[in-house]
Write a protein that binds this ligand. Structure first.
Ligand code: FAS
Ligand code: PHB
Length: 398
């Protein structure tokens, strides 16, 4: 079997890259460990930056996000019992974010890929990468009881934090940076109306809480829980009781509870692997970096990596130039580290850190008070939250 670009992983990064490459006439095959239902069943991100929407449009799959997504012009910060609105739209010079679940993005990309008749090899096991430091790389995998070989020009490692791609880079060639947080996020998805029209990020003495949504009738809530917390220890009633204790009176009054249709705990970490390219292997998305979800950057960073990788492959195949390939890692990492900083800062500001004690709590309260009173500080939050510039548009597919 042969293709131009072999993509490992059919999450949002792999599927978006495959669709962009298809629009440019570049042949690609995706090798995915799970089946499509499993990939769709993972409930994750909820907020898209304009940059991500632009890439979905470039891939020809943005129409449902525009039709069904919820444009948001602001977020609310809740601390010391009071809510303060951050006007993202006014402070960022007219930008906004789109609330549209990662599950729907993945669904749109899967349907477009199937309609285009592109090959996605689900349920491929024991994937291994070969010849990544040469000019004829290969992806080996088992499927339907048979060992297969996919020959290609390039491999895009879009297989997430636990994938095989980053692990295939010789240890001496990779530098990693990591910070693990002493807590996780217990998330609940429920078919109840959101408690507020915009997202509420809460810093409370009992810990962080986030009130988000997927639509006007489907809500997504998160609670900060200790790292060792187990999802089975949290009944729906226990979740709702704890959430109420972390809300202001108005939100508590408006909260509509209901049965959870999904409940899970996500660990929080900051992680970056450098460089994001090794020979003919290119890492994109969670395969290369992880951010704590506080800043809603994970999915959006994966999308911007893919935009840069699409540029690189298009340069190579269209203009026989190595510029995009040579600068891929550097272009990604500049934006990755800016998002890592913002996500670390927002996580440090909004969560309870017992080890920093009363002094740490007072510093958080002082920074939050300054943040909502200072236009300069609120502007900094707004321009990071809506997404920093990518430093150059995705190449047009015309
Ligand atoms: P993904 O992990 O989504 O996809 C990787 C794909 O590769 C998967 O389908 C996997 O099955 C496949 N794969 C793995 N190993 C393989 C192998 N050896 N061979 C073949 N295929 C393999 N971001 C936010 O912005 N907000 C959030 O609230 C948020 N919540 C999250 C909760 C959790 C539990 C996790 C893990 C992440 C969360 N994220 C959130 C971040 C998330 O949205 C990621 O940024 C996004 O899924 C990144 O997409 P990909 O890079 O495609 O990686
Ligand atoms: C979500 O809706 O899942 C979500 C929204 C904003 C975040 C994190 C998660 O910062």
């Amino acid at each position: 079997m042969r293709t131009q670009v072999a993509i490992v992983g059919a999450g949002p990064a792999g599927l978006l890259l495959g669709q962009l490459l298809h629009t440019a006439g570049i042949d690609n095959v995706i090798v995915e460990r799970q089946n499509s239902a499993y990939v769709l069943g993972r409930i994750r991100a909820g907020v898209l930056e304009q940059t991500t929407l632009d890439l979905l449009d470039a891939a020809g799959v943005g129409h449902r996000a525009h039709a069904e997504g919820l444009p948001h012009d602001g977020i609310e910060l809740l601390f010391e019992g009071r809510r303060h609105r951050i006007d993202l739209h006014a402070l960022s010079g007219g930008k906004r974010v789109m609330v549209y679940g990662q599950t729907e993005v993945t669904r749109d990309l899967m349907e477009a890929r199937e309609a285009a008749g592109l090959l996605t090899l689900y349920e491929s096991s024991d994937v291994s990468l070969h010849g990544i430091d040469g000019t004829r790389p290969e992806v080996h995998f088992s499927r339907n009881g048979k060992r297969e070989v996919l020959q290609c020009d390039f491999i895009a490692g879009c297989d997430g934090y636990h994938g095989i791609s980053r692990q295939s880079v010789p240890e001496a060639a990779l530098r990693t940076f990591e910070r693990v947080y002493p807590f996780g996020w217990l998330g609940v998805l429920t078919d109840t109306p959101p408690v507020c029209d915009e997202l509420i990020y809460a810093n409370t003495p009992r810990g962080f809480a986030l009130c988000s949504m997927r639509s006007k009738t489907r809500s997504r809530y998160y609670l900060q829980v200790p790292s060792e917390a187990k999802v089975d220890d949290w009944s729906d009633d226990a979740f709702w009781s704890e959430l109420r204790l972390r809300l202001d009176p108005e939100a508590r009054e408006r909260l509509v509870t209901g049965p959870s249709i999904e409940k899970s705990i996500a660990p929080l970490r900051s992680f970056v692997a450098e460089p994001m390219r090794f020979g003919r292997l290119f890492l994109a998305g969670d395969a290369a970096h992880i951010v704590p979800p506080t800043g809603a950057k994970g999915l959006n960073l994966a999308a911007s990596d893919v935009g840069f990788l699409f540029d690189a492959f298009t340069d190579h195949y269209r203009e026989t130039s190595a510029a995009g390939i040579d600068h891929y890692s550097q272009r990604c990492l500049k934006r990755v580290w800016r998002a890592e900083r913002f996500s670390w800062w927002f996580t440090s500001l909004m969560h309870r850190f017992p080890e920093t004690g009363a002094f740490g709590q007072k510093i958080q309260e002082a920074e939050l008070g300054y943040l909502v009173e200072s236009r300069a500080a609120s502007t900094s939050l707004a321009e990071n939250y809506v997404g920093l510039p990518t430093g150059g548009p995705v190449r047009s597919t015309g």
